[in-house]
Write a protein that binds this ligand. Sequence first.
Ligand SMILES: *[C@@H]1O[C@H](CO)[C@@H](O)[C@H](O)[C@H]1NC(C)=O
Ligand SMILES: *[C@@H]1O[C@H](CO)[C@@H](O)[C@H](O)[C@H]1NC(C)=O
Length: 445
Amino acid sequence: MDEEYDVIVLGTGLKECILSGLLSVDGLKVLHMDRNDYYGGESASLNLIQLWKRFRGADAPPASLGSSRDYNVDMIPKFMMANGVLVRVLIHTDVTKYLSFKAVDGGFVYNKQKVHKVPATDMEALKSPLMGIFEKRRARKFFIYVQDYNESDPKTHEGLDLTRVTTKELIAKYGLDDNTIDFIGHALALHRDDRYLNEPAIDTVKRMKLYAESLARFQGGSPYIYPLYGLGELPQAFARLSAVYGGTYMLNKPECKVEFDGEGKVVGVTSEGETAKCKKVVCDPSYLPGKVRKVGKVARAIAIMSHPIPNTNDSHSVQVILPQKQLGRKSDMYLFCCSYSHNVAPKGKFIAFVSTEAETDNPQVELKPGIDLLGPVDEIFFENYDRYEPVNEPSLDNCFISASYDATTHFESTVTDVLNMYTMITGKNLDLSVDLSAASAAEEY
Ligand SMILES: *[C@@H]1O[C@H](CO)[C@@H](O)[C@H](O)[C@H]1NC(C)=O
Ligand SMILES: *[C@@H]1O[C@H](CO)[C@@H](O)[C@H](O)[C@H]1NC(C)=O
């Protein structure tokens, strides 16, 4: 292997595959390796036998659950916002031609011990049982302000500079109560903690607009879409994209040792005694354990069920967000459910996830409020995994390490990490000004 690569990517997780696709399209010479003999790394999708091997040791799955190959259980389940950045990346790179998407049935929020549809527009605010009659009117006015807000048209700003005014101040102007602020911040704007309240309101307003605009693209009840056969399709679609642009893929490469010169700059990667030279390395935290630190732990449960999540309007695919305050916690909890309607389980079966950032030494107990919402389950598995973040200085060592996947069941934080990495690697921003309306006409979803 005498030739030098611009970039060697290690690990075929979602983030790494998106990056190798984007970098190949940019004309960089990319080699992509994985120590496993399958795509996806931590974000692989498993069939029933693989799921049993991972969580139950040698036992065979019960025949009552149906055929193993009808299952595609994402290890990192996430929905995509229909107008979100990831969908823009998919359209920008034309990866949509390798995938089929279907709208997600429901977006719900847990409030005062009950599950409610997330109201995203002024009309929905008026109908929502989440608020009393006077609060509904105040919320409606706020939703109209957000819907009409146009960054480049000061007439819509009502005299407020949202790059200076905090979210707390903006919400105070409309007199909304804490309960309303809680579902707006966590279930609509998808903030993961309450820091946004003291940050400029422009970010929250843009996130609310994204939710409402994504919702408007379908007749359905959620702003999300999800690929048929699960997210496992995504790394492979980006791998195909990379290959079209000259990228080389090698699975089942043991060791993948990153090599450095005397100044600590990366020079290549060695596997099976052969070193491939490169200028930069992109990888997940497991390939450079000396350059990352543990920042937290995700706790989760995976359930196989024979019914949809109760109180979600019979949604065959759904996200339920349980805001931290509703549970007396510091971090939100997420429910994700998908089924045979997205071809991830046999007819009549549902796959549900409950996940959160662990805050105690007994994460399984922490998940209880989420698990209680599922109703009876056929099978349930528990798992924790550590989260890592890079601590290296990429400008010194040319190593670009992704952060571990967080507990969220949507893509917003994942894709932000990918785009930041892209900018660090290439020194430029990805131009994502694609015409979504033209694109959607040409697609299935
Ligand atoms: C936002 O305002 C600008 C400037 O007035 C205008 O050109 C643009 O069409 C507006 N966008 C929307 C979505 O109304
Ligand atoms: C429940 O789902 C049906 C379609 O399946 C939809 O027409 C209706 O608006 C939904 N109701 C709520 C409250 O989301």
